[in-house]
Design a protein around this ligand. Structure first.
Ligand SMILES: C[S@@+](CC[C@H](N)C(=O)[O-])C[C@H]1O[C@@H](n2cnc3c(N)ncnc32)[C@H](O)[C@@H]1O
Length: 858
């Protein structure tokens, strides 16, 4: 529970929380509100001093002053509904007469070329929605009486025409969102396909607005929608009860949504809106309307919150609205409306999204009667005694609507949310589900700002310092020899420490600090291939390190080794080699290849590498938002699906379940340093400096380097168990690293870092240096399992193609085209990826921004 101080934005202890953006819907509303009525709704319950009745806040101003921020508006009215119903009645009658006159047989009547009814264009009488300066804060709602899934071709055609007329008109008026009631049943795949085609057409017709499909989380039995539709009017046998099943399929509503958005090609303008009550989609007594124009969902939140798997599934969807019916609220002990703990938890979780869904409260007032009679401004100054008393009790002005208890409760929930944590800064939140090309520090020279961002994460450096400290302590404990020992000075205590890929030097600082802490005398080298960062290191050595660091501007693979102090004629060995060349998938920044090139200088057998080892891990995910994003990028970037992306995965559904023998996150492979038998070392020893001559461009054993990098090829074949139906859009990749593995003393813990979701808190809590990597699946993602009761084994094969260790090739941008992925069959897939290379087509400035952010937020 928060203290009052922490809720006050002026207070120093103020902690910010997600803001609730609350809208109002009235199911009996058949006309869009007038300006004054609109203002009255927005102002209902606002503190009296905050607004004037005729100059409402209209979507601006502080969150605490506004209770409702937007309202829903029917696009058309009862007049239009009556007109369409009459049109169809007349058509059926005329058709009957026509059939009689001509004596048509049943098969002639079924001729699809018999013309159906055509809905004439809208008139002034059909709608009270007009362009206004607050149209953008209205949610336009398409007529709920249409039935796009109807098996009756005339009803479905009329419904489609109505939707198109309404979508076009709302779009013309400037509405940004159009809410369309979702399908009422999920059983008919033909009906759902018909619905999806209609939505695709509406997306074209309303070419600017977002379209929100209003869906229940699942079909709660007994709570089916009872609204009057063209189907119930003209063919009661097609009503909602038709074919009603007793068995609940939790995922059937999601299946329908999945079909709709797939047929709409994952349009970025299509969203979902979810209703949090048991009444079904927003009902307008025949007239429900909201306006917006891309495809999103509005989800109907049920009275009983379903199992976690289904909540996670919807969490990953492009959710625009959560709608909450009045009936979902239960009176608390004092008689005020409240929501169950499950609902609260669910809302709190959804509010942590970068773009949290908006909330629509249905039928919670102000009541239509309250809005029907506009207060006379002069009467407000002379209220009756009773009115004045009532208003005083409710802390409002006379003639303003009563304070809205439901909104008041939602505002209370807003304040009760846990404050944003250190991991939820605006910068970090802005990286949620945002695709960035991975850094390539070997091929590119990083900029100072990028290093600065690296240095902003103390957790990584603390763990490195801990690892170096442990290594130095054990060195003494185990009485290991040092590499500065010479025949003249056999017991020299100085350790040779080398930081390779030093950047701006944070690991050098940590190594010096560890040496001081443990009282270990050291000789220290720092290598860096980035000439600009090297200048920074020179300065730092002079100003901060007292010139005790030997700096070498070199690619570590071409370094000759340390020339010992006082014995510059002797090239010695390295006792502790420190590097940080790790990518989000461990090896993808070519750490194994770089370490291969320098490990010949590590003293054998006692020299060590920090990191000691690293492992790559995978898990299949459903991530419709990223898939939609990539699909929209393909036009300008044909390789969008061929790129492994760095992304702070957030709104994703981990579809695999942890079962014995098959964890949710599975290890793909491991690299351990130093490599015991490195073919590259043998090759170099054999050919000396001439070894470089044998190296040509290309990959693996084809590289001409005698297969010197084949030991870095990796291959894995993993099986995941996926218990529920769904879609896989790609693989989430993570890494872990043992920086130092203790060599003495039983029971000592290794020093580790991890970005695995189920390990990070234990091994390196709050480390933000790396976001996960995402390998998208290009075409044909996998639907699983085939039937409701089966669990499916998902088989994935991933290959790491080893590349030449040639410096020339590593830096080449044309050598090979990054990883490739191909789907093999319906239930398994394989990837080949070449680490360290990827398409780089973005402009220089774009790259600067993205590289700075690729592992760290800027
Ligand atoms: C991820 S940065 C880490 C920098 C620094 N150690 C830190 O933790 O802030 C990797 C650094 O290694 C350097 N680097 C990468 N490959 C290298 C190579 N083969 N030889 C020398 N430096 C290399 C890059 O220029 C970059 O400065």
């Amino acid at each position: 529970m928060s203290s009052s101080g922490s809720l006050n934005p002026q207070s120093e202890s103020f902690e910010s929380r997600p803001t609730f953006y609350i809208g109002q819907h009235d199911s009996t509303r058949s006309e869009a509100l007038s300006d004054d009525q609109y203002a009255q709704v927005l102002n209902s319950g606002v503190s009296p001093s905050a607004v004037s009745l005729r100059a409402p806040v209209l979507g601006r101003g502080g969150a605490d002053q506004e209770q409702f921020r937007f309202v829903t508006a029917p696009i058309t009215n009862r007049h239009f509904f009556d007109r369409v119903v009459k049109l169809h009645r007349d058509y059926l009658r005329e058709r009957e007469e026509w059939v009689q006159q001509r004596g048509l047989t049943a098969s002639q009547q079924a001729n699809p070329s018999l013309p159906g009814p055509v809905v004439p264009t809208l008139t002034d009488e059909d709608t009270s929605l007009f362009p206004s300066n607050y149209i953008g804060s209205l949610a336009a709602y398409a007529s709920p009486w249409i039935d796009l899934c109807s098996p009756d071709p005339h009803v479905s055609s009329l419904s489609r025409q109505v939707l198109n007329l309404e979508a076009a008109y709302a779009n013309f008026c400037g509405a940004r969102t159009i809410i369309v009631p979702g399908p009422r049943q999920d059983d008919s795949s033909r009906g759902i396909a018909q619905y999806a085609r209609a939505i695709r057409e509406a997306l074209n017709v309303a070419n600017r607005a977002n379209i929100i499909i209003h869906m229940p989380m699942y079909r709660e039995p007994g709570l089916e929608e009872k609204a009057e539709t063209l189907s119930t009017i003209f063919g009661p046998e097609n009503g909602p009860e038709a074919g009603a099943k007793k068995e609940i399929d939790l995922f059937s509503a999601w299946d329908s949504w999945n079909t709709i958005r797939s047929m709409c090609n994952y349009s970025m303008r299509l969203f979902v809106g979810m209703l949090l009550d048991h009444l079904g989609p927003i009902q307008g007594g025949g007239r429900c309307f909201i306006s917006a124009a891309d495809l999103y969902t509005a989800i109907r939140i049920p009275r009983r919150v379903p199992e976690k798997a289904l909540q996670e599934r919807w969490f990953a969807e492009p959710l625009h609205y959560l709608t909450i019916g009045a009936e979902t609220f239960q009176p608390n002990r004092a008689g005020h409306p409240s929501l169950s703990k499950h609902h609260q938890d669910m809302i709190n979780r959804y509010m942590r999204l970068r773009n949290p869904p908006w909330l629509i409260l249905c039928d919670v007032g102000p009541r239509p009667e309250e809005l029907a009679v506009l207060p006379d401004p002069t009467a407000a100054e002379f209220p009756s005694l009773a009115e004045a008393n009532q208003a005083l009790r409710e802390n409002r002005r006379p003639h303003m609507p009563s304070l809205n208890a439901h909104v008041g409760y939602m505002k209370h929930l807003e304040r009760q949310q846990p404050p944003f944590s250190a991991m939820e800064t605006p910068a970090l939140m802005s990286f949620q589900d945002w695709l960035q090309p991975p850094l390539q520090p070997l091929a590119d020279n990083l900029e100072s700002a990028t290093y600065e961002v690296f240095e902003g994460d103390p957790v990584k450096y603390d763990q490195y310092e801990k690892a170096i400290t442990e290594a130095m302590i054990e060195w003494k404990d185990l009485k290991k020899p040092t590499s500065t020992a010479t025949p003249e000075n056999p017991s020299s205590p100085e350790l040779v420490v080398t930081v390779a890929g030093a950047g701006r030097g944070p690991l050098v600082t940590r190594a010096l600090r560890a040496a001081e802490k443990t009282g270990t005398p050291i000789q220290i080298w720092a290598l860096e291939k980035n000439q600009d960062a090297f200048v920074y290191l020179l300065r730092k050595n002079r100003l901060e390190w007292n010139n005790q660091v030997t700096l070498v501007k070199t690619d570590m693979r071409g370094w000759e080794g340390p020339r010992l102090k006082g014995r510059e004629d002797v090239i010695g060995k390295v006792d502790i080699l420190i590097t940080e060349l790790l990518g989000s998938f461990g090896d993808n920044e070519l750490s194994p290849e770089c370490l291969d090139g320098i490990q010949r200088h590590i003293a054998r057998p006692h020299g060590i590498s920090i990191p000691h080892s690293y492992t790559a891990h995978l898990s299949p995910i459903s991530t419709p938002r990223l898939f939609a994003d990539l699909s929209s990028r393909v036009v300008s970037d044909p390789n969008a699906f061929e790129t492994p992306w760095v992304v702070r995965l957030f709104a994703v559904d981990y579809v695999a379940q942890k079962v014995p023998g098959h964890p949710r996150f599975q290890q793909a492979w491991e690299f351990v340093h130093p490599v015991e038998v490195a073919r590259a070392d043998d090759f170099a020893a054999q050919h000396g400096k001439a070894a470089a001559r044998y190296v040509t461009g290309g990959v693996g054993s084809m590289s001409g380097a005698g297969g010197t990098n084949e030991h870095n090829a990796r291959h894995c074949h993993l099986t995941f168990v996926c218990p529920t139906r769904g879609v896989i859009h790609g693989l989430a990749g993570f890494f872990e690293s043992v920086l130092y593995a203790p060599q003495a003393g039983a029971g000592k813990e290794p020093v580790e870092i991890s970005i695995l979701p189920d390990q990070i808190d234990r091994k390196s809590k709050d480390m933000i240096s790396w976001f996960p990597i995402f390998f998208p699946l290009k075409v044909g993602f996998f639907r699983f399992p085939p039937s409701r009761d089966t669990k499916l084994d998902l088989q994935i094969t991933l290959c790491r193609r080893a590349r030449s260790t040639s410096r020339r090739t590593q830096n080449s941008r044309s050598a090979c085209g990054g990883k490739q992925m191909t789907e093999r069959c319906g239930t398994s897939g394989w990837w080949r990826y070449t680490p360290g290379l990827g398409p780089r087509r973005e402009s220089r400035s774009a790259r600067r921004i993205s590289t700075a952010a690729a592992r760290w937020p800027v």
